[in-house]
Design a protein around this ligand. Structure first.
Ligand code: FES
Length: 139
């Protein structure tokens, strides 16, 4: 029973899927391994360090893994201390824990306050319980 709970994607549990943010469609990326699905939990933000030392954060919203910069573009607050949720319009949102800026994780655009610095977002894939994030360029 315990194994079934944490072995999603390898059992008949709810499948966790990747994402392709609109902000990254058409960009050339290289997918690198960054986490195991079993280490991600809805409602929590997981900081990860990927190849090259790049720091990102991951969140599961509505069964999809979202990847984004680890620090807020406003005053560099660690976004592991933020909230991920589905917005009123159905888009995945992130709310910074320091001043409450709200970002759309599909576009990286700052929703509230509008027209401020955007958040870097990255595509993800999930294969056999492993999360891969797409980094710009070819490595
Ligand atoms: S540091 Fe994130 S909103 Fe200010």
């Amino acid at each position: 029973m315990f194994r079934r709970l944490f072995d999603r994607n390898k059992s008949d549990g709810p499948a966790i899927l990747g994402t392709e943010p609109r902000a990254t469609v058409g960009l050339r990326v290289t997918y690198v391994q960054c986490a195991n699905v079993r280490d991600l939990h809805p409602g929590e933000i997981k900081p990860v360090r990927v190849r090259g030392g790049h720091e990102l954060a991951l969140a599961i919203i509505d069964g999809r893994v979202h990847a984004f910069e680890a620090y807020c573009p406003h005053q560099a607050w660690p976004l592991k201390w933020s909230e991920a949720e589905t917005g009123a319009d159905g888009t995945p949102n992130l709310i910074c824990g320091l001043h409450g800026w709200r970002f759309c994780l599909d576009t990286g655009v700052t929703i509230d306050p509008p027209s401020m610095d955007d958040l870097g977002v990255y595509p993800t894939r999930v294969t056999d319980g492993v999360v891969y994030v797409g980094l710009p360029g070819v490595m």
